[in-house]
Write a protein that binds this ligand. Structure first.
Ligand code: ASP
Ligand code: MG
Length: 419
């Protein structure tokens, strides 16, 4: 018997029929003897519908009222799911964020959870009830309803699991786990049994959007075992007495035997790069280039600077494709002021990244990566590395080819070979 927090996303509760299926699943866990706290999202499309409603009245609605509106989506789901559970003879009670005292700061639309009082939940759990909590919402200290930002129900689930010291936080979604890469690009991508928090953060921030990134950070900080799994698969209680072998477990443990060099390949299609050439080189140049870019709220990803023989420097950086034009205009102004030779831009680039904690202890990963790309005649524009990641920027037409070649070069489609 375990205490499990189970979160069901919008697709999993997208229709009344699916809500009934979720109730069937929860009943199986209850029958198995587990204590269950459920967190649900709004039915799929509902939050978007509410946003459209708000914007049909005011393009920039008042933040407080916006949260009052947006939080209603989840309130519908908790009530319907609790009804479905009670109909099955599973005692259940629904709670809004405020009712279980999910205290947040007052940053409407992107509030952060400060505290959860678990004693109310405990009391009802002890009475054998399933607790059904609305995700994505809380209250500030004045009792105003707040919301946590899009995808925020994941964070609610993790925060509850941390507060209750749950055995596991299970995030049910429409995919059955985290994959070595996007299966739409590499059909024989493999589901990972385990991935570390660090790796998951790299995979998520690079575009494998299975989980809200804040939820992963939160889980890492409080060491909450987090499992991503499909709400369409049958729970399998025969393995290890619970459904624990399903999906992908995100954890701290780096299982030595199973340790892969590379866990996955993430990629990002939304990249663009800018180069300012022939800048007279002197102290403060990097700041005078990137300062104005930062001031216009453009986030910079990779940076390369190189000093030429003539004493001038070339400076290249990448930004989100949506910010390309804005950044280019700012850079042209800067180029004028600094007496630079030229500004060049390219918004037809992508970033491909190898991610794996195994990199820490193994040399030669980068050279294998570059060799693989060279064999496919893929030109590398930019390179950046961290302890557990190597990223390259290439022409967007090579995205599929590059990801497939790397996936196979690092043997990701096969069962990991023991070292
Ligand atoms: N319903 C909210 C959204 O669509 C929160 C969530 O689903 O996690 O962003
Ligand atoms: Mg979601």
């Amino acid at each position: 018997m375990a205490l499990i927090v189970q979160k069901f996303g919008g697709t999993s509760v997208g229709t009344v029929e699916r809500i009934e299926n979720v109730a069937d699943r929860i009943k199986k866990f209850r029958d198995h003897g587990d204590d269950i706290v459920v967190v649900v999202s709004a039915m799929s499309g509902e939050t978007n519908r509410l946003i459209t409603l708000a914007q049909s009245i005011d393009e920039k609605p008042e933040a407080r009222e916006y949260d009052v509106l947006l939080s209603t989506g989840e309130q519908v789901t908790i009530a319907l799911l609790s009804m479905a559970l009670n109909k099955r003879g599973v005692m259940a009670r629904s709670y809004t964020g405020g009712q279980v005292h999910i205290l947040t700061d007052n940053a409407h639309n992107k509030a952060r959870i400060l505290n959860i009082e678990e004693k109310h939940i405990r009391k009802n759990l002890d009475k054998g009830k399933v607790i059904v909590v609305a995700g994505f919402q809380g209250v500030d200290e004045d009792g105003n309803i707040t919301t946590l930002g899009r995808g925020g129900s994941d964070t609610t689930a993790v925060a509850l699991a941390a507060a209750l010291k749950a055995d596991e936080c299970q995030i049910y979604t429409d995919v059955d786990g985290v994959y070595t890469t996007d299966p739409r690009v590499v059909p024989d991508a493999r589901r990972l049994d385990k991935i570390t928090f660090e790796e998951m953060l790299e995979m998520a921030s690079l575009g494998s959007k299975v989980l809200q990134i804040r939820a992963v950070e939160f889980a890492g900080k409080y060491n909450v075992p987090l499992r991503v799994l499909s709400s369409f698969d049958e729970p399998d209680f025969n393995q290890d007495s619970s459904a624990k072998k399903q999906g992908t477990l995100i954890t701290y443990e780096e299982d030595e035997m199973e340790q892969a060099l590379i866990s996955g390949i993430a990629f990002n299609r939304d990249e663009a790069k800018l180069t300012i050439q022939g800048v007279p080189d002197k102290p403060g140049v990097a700041y005078s280039i990137l300062g104005p870019i930062g001031e216009s709220n453009v986030e910079i990803d990779m940076i390369i600077q190189n000093i030429g023989a003539d004493g001038t420097t070339d400076f290249t950086f990448s930004v989100h494709r949506n910010d390309f034009e804005l950044a280019q205009n700012v850079l042209k102004k800067v180029a004028n002021e600094l007496g630079a030779r030229e500004v060049k831009g390219d918004d037809k680039i992508v970033k491909i990244s190898l991610v794996g904690v195994g990199m820490r202890s193994h040399a030669g990963i980068a050279s294998k990566m570059f060799k693989t790309l060279a064999e496919e005649s893929i030109n590398i524009d930019m390179i950046s590395t961290s302890e557990i990641k190597i990223s390259v920027v290439v022409d967007e037409k090579y995205l599929e080819l590059g990801v497939r070649a790397l996936h196979s070069a690092f043997g990701l489609e096969q069962k990991i070979v023991e070292q």
